[in-house]
Design a protein around this ligand. Structure first.
Ligand code: BJW
Length: 239
């Protein structure tokens, strides 16, 4: 398709909040109920793998129950538009974008719907609860499966492509992230370096607000559909 404008999207927990999925850093967020070191680091997993397995079993059950909201559906609409070529990096481990129909999504912090074998590195899809007594279907080792998610100190997925994708995009849209966690928090700085228009759609101001050319505050299940409709109607002329 000629003359398509390229859009780089970065999303965080706020995108799935209107679907009832908890964010991390609010008063009612996951890090209020759980110690981040216990459940989101390799050290925590080594210390108490069953605790971590249960934490992600509960998150998987929440994901299975949840439905995509209007913001996920707006991203699908944008992906479908012939005027744009969209690539979406999400920090989220849920599959609500895919449930909305999206297929241009890279899960930089992995997926709660997958386990990874510490022995043979096979990645295994699952919708069921898992336990430390499970066997790897590939190498048959027992007790070696961990959630295929990215914990603190681990390397996020797909980073090798990010710089090129931001350099070659026409617009960066950032949705529902506090900007507390690197390297995702740095992506807007890349956009600044390449003089790309960057827009933030978030419930509230974040520590990165100043780095954006445009900030739209509010619930993204309301603001994103409106923003996407304007982009499509104007073929990208709103920025
Ligand atoms: C709405 C809304 C609505 C609500 N509408 N908006 C010092 C010491 C050690 C490490 C570091 C250090 N300094 C920096 C680091 C690096 C570290 C890091 O950033 N730490 C900081 C905490 C300081 N980063 C890493 O370790 C990363 N890896 C790395 O850097 O590798 C480099 C490397 C190089 C060489 C060798 C090896 C490595 C990995 C980070 C992994 C993060 N993992 C988690 C868990 C993933 C699995 C899981 O989901 O359980 O990822 S932590 C958690 O935070 C999760 C999220 O993806 C991530 C970001 O959170 P997010 O999405 O922004 O959520 P919130 O809750 O913070 O914000 C939600 C926002 O939405 C809010 O602003 C709301 O207002 C808004 N909102 N409702 C619109 N309806």
């Amino acid at each position: 398709m000629v003359n398509q404008k390229r859009i780089f999207i970065l999303s965080g927990a706020g995108l799935s909040a209107p679907s009832g999925i908890k964010t991390f850093r609010s008063d009612t967020g996951l890090w209020e109920e759980h110690n981040v070191i216990d459940v989101a680091t390799p050290e925590g997993f080594r210390r108490d793998p069953s605790l971590v397995t249960e934490f992600y079993n509960a998150r998987r059950r929440d994901t299975l129950r949840a439905k995509p909201n209007a913001a996920h559906k707006a991203l699908f609409k944008l992906e479908q538009s012939k005027h744009f070529e969209v690539i979406h990096y999400t920090q989220n481990i849920d599959n609500l974008c895919e449930k909305a129909g999206c297929d241009r999504v890279i899960h930089m912090h992995g997926s709660v719907m997958e386990m990874r074998c510490l022995n043979c590195n096979s990645v295994i899809s699952t919708i069921a609860d898992t336990s430390m007594k499970d066997q790897c279907i590939s190498c048959k080792d027992i007790g070696c499966l961990r959630p295929n998610v990215v914990w603190f100190g681990e390397m996020p997925y797909g980073l090798d492509m990010v710089n090129d994708l931001i350099e070659s995009c026409d617009l960066m849209i950032v949705v529902g992230t506090s900007g507390n966690v690197a390297p995702a928090s740095e992506f807007v700085r890349y956009a600044n370096c390449y003089e790309k228009h960057a827009v933030l759609l978030n419930l509230e101001e974040t520590q990165s607000t100043q780095s954006f050319n445009e900030v739209i505050l509010g619930d993204c299940s309301k603001t994103l559909p409106q923003y996407v409709d304007e982009l499509i109607e104007t073929k990208g002329k709103v920025y």
